[in-house]
Design a protein around this ligand. Sequence first.
Ligand SMILES: [Zn+2]
Length: 267
Amino acid sequence: MRTMEMIDIGCNLTHDSFDSDRTQVLEHAREAGVVQMIVTGASEQGSRDALQLARQYRGELFATAGVHPHLAARFTSETETLLTQLSKEKEVVAVGETGLDYFRDLSPRDIQRDVFQKQLAIGISSGLPVFLHMRDAHADFRSILKEVRGALSDVVVHCFTGSRDELHDYLNLDCHIGITGWICDERRGTHMKGYLGDIPANRLMIETDSPYLKPRDLRPRVKSHRNEPRWLPWILNSVSAARGEEPSALAAQTAANARRFFRISGL
Ligand SMILES: [Zn+2]
């Protein structure tokens, strides 16, 4: 029997950097105790591909359907129709990734807000939980979310890297919080260690955001810049150290949270 089972709630496994060895990446994830993964849909094609992948690995992989704020400028009424259709598929367990990103500003901010609201509306009509992205856009993000929070089911602010005040704003809006390998980065994750303990145990989930954000403290060092679900234990260890908890207890708790949040059963 395996001692630790983890769920990666955010990995971009449809990314082309996995095209040559996706089967092996999944095998390595299993060996590391990552038993289930939620494949992020962040574009029209990416959401279709995520569904396809989830169908290929039923019960192990699940998909989200959404358009990242970077791509908001390309969102059309056809996109809206597609996401609505995808949200009805049983392998699609959340709407998103959607939200606001004012750090890179790859789409105009007014369009980002509009497209975020449209996807939240799909979250409401589908009844699915929503998978949200926020970077450097707290005030607008919070006010848009607050307006519809009561009509939404569960909400996760994924890859949370903000301040303690921002964290508490989201907890007050009854959000779950997803933590990535940002926490493992001594250059920019230190501020998070002070507040990770504030997150109630039943609201916390962990994710790699593969192929991005490879934990910087991986040992032995890995040459490739590509992140993989198999490095999730490093994130688990950093989070459990910051919270003063046993990694095995945190693994069990975050996996139970993920299963409840995404309404999936164990393998
Ligand atoms: Zn994101």
